[in-house]
Structures are given as C-alpha cells and as structure tokens.
Design a protein around this ligand. Structure first.
Ligand code: GSH
Length: 202
C-alpha cells in the first residue's frame, strides 16, 4: 500500500500529488492539517522527524523530501517519460529539480509564507529578499524555457511538476512572473489533470 501524508496548501506536497494523479498510481491520501499543527504531533513526528510534508510510506519504505519521493516513484513504476533514464536527459531533469529546491523554493517561501500565511506578522525583509531573488531567477527560467515546451524539452518531467508547484504558490501572493515563456509553459502545465487535482479548494 502507498500512503501519502500531504497538505493541499503545501507546494512540496503538490508536486508529488501531481505525479501520483497524472500517472494514476493508486495511493491512500493522508491529509495533514498544517493550520491545526498536526505536522508537529507525536504521531506525525514518528513518521517524519523533520515535521514536514510530503512524506510517503510505501510498504517498508518511509520517505521524506519531495524530490526523493518523485525519483522513487518514477523508478519503481518505470516512468521513463517523467524521469528519463538516458544520461544527458536525466542530468537536465536533475539540474532543474535541484535548481527548484535551491534557488526557486527559498524565494517562494520568503514571499508566500511571509505575505500570505503570516499576513501582518510576516517578515517584511524576507518578502523583499524573495522578490529581489525572484527577479533574477524568473529571467533565468524564462530564458531556459525559450524555444521549449517544457523545461527539458518537448515532454513534461518531474522537474516541470516541481517548478509548476512553485509557480502556483507564487500565484497565492499574486506574484507569478509575467515573462512570456513562463506564462506559456505554465498554461501548458495547468492543463495536466494531475496538476489540476493537486490544487487546493480555494
Ligand atoms: N525539502 C522538503 C521541504 C518540505 C517542506 O518544507 N514542507 C513544508 C510544507 S510546503 C512543511 O511541511 N513545513 C512545516 C515545517 O517545516 O515545520 C521537501 O522537498 O519535501
């Protein structure tokens, strides 16, 4: 049995839900109520001591880290389109997965967590830092998407799912970059049924 502990308002959960739903892997959804602090409960900490969603339990395997979960699911289910086995293609997917975690996600957290989830209590300096970083990385992303349908080529991969979950999150703060190639790519991603099913009811 595959169980996913997740939250609909979590950008990191969203990329995993997108893949599970898009390719139709059966799983048991285990929502974690972040607003009620369930991620800090003893029961959840026993599953993931990092108090973070998503967390996957698949038989004997318990996994945290959204990208490790994506790679695991693709490898287990032989999802070669989503996580190519060919070396050069895979390297590109890995590059954009890491870029998403190391460059895009911190900016998204600075902006969205502080302006949307914390509201008035949000750290204004973090919001400013996030927007400054977003200006630079949006241009990098837009350049990388020039002449391509998806970030590594003509088919979406788990790198696109990770990026799209970030961009959706920016939308909560009305901060989706208005660069033409990002907009066109995001419109393509928004058509994927898995991505659609990962979105919160708002
Ligand atoms: N590197 C982790 C980050 C996961 C993460 O930050 N999850 C957030 C929700 S988007 C969370 O659970 N935050 C609660 C906390 O850190 O205490 C991943 O990729 O899965």
């Amino acid at each position: 049995m595959t169980e996913l502990y997740f939250s609909p308002i979590s950008q990191h959960s969203r990329r995993v839900v997108s893949l599970l739903e898009e390719v139709g892997i059966p799983y048991v959804a285990k929502p974690v109520d972040m607003m009620k602090g369930e991620y800090l409960s003893e029961a959840f900490l026993a599953i993931n001591p990092n108090h973070q969603v998503p967390t996957l339990i698949d038989g004997d395997i318990t996994l945290h880290e959204s990208h490790a979960i994506l790679r695991y699911l693709c490898t287990k289910h032989e999802l070669n389109d989503w996580y190519p086995s060919e070396l050069a293609q895979r390297a590109q997917v890995e590059q954009w997965l890491d870029w998403t975690q190391c460059r895009m996600s911190p900016a998204v957290v600075d902006i969205v967590f502080n302006s949307v989830f914390l509201g008035e209590k949000g750290d204004k300096k973090a919001i400013e830092r996030g927007f400054k970083s977003l200006e630079e990385i949006s241009q990098i992303l837009d350049n990388a998407l020039t002449g391509k349908e998806f970030i590594t080529g003509s088919k979406p991969t788990i790198a696109d799912l990770a990026l799209a979950s970030n961009i959706f999150h920016l939308g909560l703060a009305k901060a989706i970059p208005n660069h033409a190639h990002i907009q066109a790519w995001f419109a393509r991603m928004s058509e994927l049924k898995g991505y659609q099913k990962s979105l919160p009811n708002m």
